[in-house]
Write a protein of this length. Structure first.
Length: 374
């Protein structure tokens, strides 16, 4: 299933070359008091700074129990927690480390969601209810039902295609033309009527962003999202026709996944720069459906716009990738948690069971370790 920029260094502003030295970056949280919340809108282009749990209102024993529980899960690879903008837990397991790029599967979708918000602000698209057809039809064959699908439908998983992401994903990923494979599927419902989780549809959305912006999606992401966050270790799963998989397969470091969550916790801001529009962050992280599901310890789960949402107490929203890849954001606690796993070649468990293990660590161990005030 499933980070912003700092002040720009001034160089040669008056023309010609400049001998002014470049400013030395300060780590995230540097200069903050030892007790109390960090200022809002931290500069996420700077490195993380660690803090003792007590300094940000967290229980060290509880965090230790979270890490110990994670270590007992053979497939667990990373557990990171930040509160009030400071890193309070960073543990890796079974050979993983801070320099391990994790394939976080459908967390990619939440990255694409951020890129759509940026594209809307840049007028790459007129609005979220714009049909997607004009951005695809020059390269792909669409029928009348395909032409009713909008950006909003792709963002909310309501495109209407007949789809089961379990068996259909493997058939789709093996196809030679990934967008056309989707467009050739029949529509089981009118667009906008029914939620059906569909990775291929989000890939088509990423292709639409690429074609509308006239720039490869990784380049667009590097310039607008990852670059401002000083995230450089990024790779995408390459598909056909010069595209990358918008539905899954991005590789990021644990600390950079934590930046993504902190960015959304900060309403899309980093320092004084808006990387993702604040109104967009609020929209995509809000419930868009009346239904609620339970996944292990996580109750009242529904969907936003390429982010999962829970209005249980405390309310949270999260990027969720196959087999337990989570970027979990709790605004009321000023907390972000990241989990990663080895999801490949699962035989001893299921992707859902592994995800529930990760949610259990977050919901039952990490969250209770956070006091309401530091």
């Amino acid at each position: 299933m499933w980070l912003v920029a700092a002040a720009l260094a001034l160089s040669g502003a008056c023309g010609g070359s400049s001998s002014l030295p470049s400013p030395t970056p300060s780590p995230i949280g540097a200069g903050l008091p030892p007790v109390g919340p960090a200022p809002e809108h931290l500069d996420l282009a700077q490195p993380w700074v660690a803090a003792a749990p007590v300094d940000v209102g967290m229980d060290a024993a509880g965090l230790g129990q979270a890490a110990a529980r994670a270590a007992t899960v053979p497939r667990f690879r990373g557990l990171l927690v930040a509160r009030h903008g400071r890193l309070v837990l960073e543990e890796y397991f079974h050979g993983a480390g801070a320099d391990t790029p994790f394939d976080v599967r459908s967390v990619t979708k939440s990255v694409v969601s951020a890129l759509v918000g940026i594209a809307l602000r840049e007028n790459v698209f007129p609005d979220e209810d714009a049909p997607v057809a004009p951005y695809l039809e020059a390269a792909y064959a669409l029928d009348d039902a395909d032409r009713t699908v909008t950006l909003r439908h792709l963002l909310t998983m309501t495109s209407g295609f007949l789809w089961d992401d379990g068996p259909d994903y493997n058939l789709w990923i093996a196809s030679p033309d990934h967008v056309q494979y989707l467009l050739d599927r029949p529509h089981s419902h009118p667009a906008g009527a029914v939620f059906t989780y569909n990775s291929a549809a989000v890939h088509a959305l990423g292709v639409a962003v690429q074609r509308a912006a006239d720039e490869p999606l990784p380049d667009y992401a590097r310039g607008r999202l990852f670059g401002p966050l000083a995230i450089t270790n990024v790779s995408w799963e390459v598909l056909d026709r010069g595209t990358v998989n918008g539905g899954a397969g991005i590789h990021l470091l644990g600390r950079d996944l934590l930046k993504l969550g902190q960015l959304f916790l900060q309403g899309g801001w980093s320092g004084g720069r808006s990387v993702v529009p604040e109104a967009w962050v609020a929209e995509v992280s809000s419930p868009h459906f009346p239904w609620r599901d339970t996944h292990g310890a996580q109750q009242r789960v529904t969907y936003g716009m390429l982010w999962w949402v829970s209005d249980a107490e405390p309310a949270a929203f999260f990027a969720w990738g196959y087999g337990g890849q989570f970027v979990y954001v709790v605004p009321s606690l000023a907390l972000v948690a990241v989990t990663t796993t080895d999801w490949t070649n699962l035989t001893e468990t299921t992707p859902e069971a592994l995800a529930q293990e990760c949610l259990g660590v977050i919901v039952q161990n990490v969250l209770p370790s956070a006091r309401s005030t530091p």
